[in-house]
Design a protein around this ligand. Sequence first.
Ligand code: DON
Length: 304
Amino acid sequence: MDPIIALMQGVLDIVRDDNSGSPASYIPELAAVEPDRLGFAVVGPRGHVRSVGDDDVEFTIQSISKPFVLAHVLSRIGLDAVMERVGTEPSGEPFNAISLEEGTGKPANPMVNAGAIATTGLVEGGGVDDRTERIVRTLSAFAGRSLHIDESVYRSESTTGDRNRALGHLMRSYGIVDAPVDVALETYFRQCSIAVTVRDLAVMAGTLAFGGLNPLTHERVVEERVARDVLSIMSSCGMYDFSGEWLLRVGLPAKSGVSGGVLAVAPSQFGVAAYSPRLDRHGNSVRGQAIVTALSDRMGMHLL
Ligand code: DON
């Protein structure tokens, strides 16, 4: 057996029996998921994707879309213009906190919901369809295949999205969001509802790991500088109010989402992704984090 597959299988076996945590319940469609799903994928510099477990199950990308939409707007308008609207400091608060900078209304960073909504508001285009199409195109280029939106998760997300809408209205009142609130928000809900597998997420992580070059398709998706900026922000803010401890213990830039996906990047070495729907109190996948932690330990991937 391929030694990396054997190692990955070993990691899955270690985490399989941990049934702690529970799937996200604030979006009805996410609560209906099969909680025992477990998948894990890795891609290296030659573009060979290795995966074990439930590697062909689609789930919605949720917050893992945030770094890739950030990469899109950084490519279009540059870091300084993005930073006029969104900060780059860890918030130390939950992902959905109603928390904006006093006086300016600026969200803490692009990885929490407020910052992601502001970032999505910077995507060019007239209406929701136009903007969503650009986002889907960018995320598809990162993944190396055409991605689609899970319409039933989108509807569920939009029906229950009042807290995010409230953040949108607040930020528009400060001029942080220029787009009409419904356009920014529906685009954000649609970006969160893009369906992916762990293999897609590993390739997306790999594209960041290899400086914006997709290891599967060899397409340059973003400039090296953009990939570096995104990874810097993921390092400090990607795991919400667990980001500091995550960097300490695992030592890799990473991003999680409420459907149970998590991806991590070992620069110039690997893109890694895991899927398991049960979440801890920070909204991060319990077994997904355990998988990435075990891999980082076993392969000596801690960057520091
Ligand atoms: O904004 C929301 O509520 C979700 N659609 C995405 C949030 C998310 O994935 C947070 N991650 N842990």
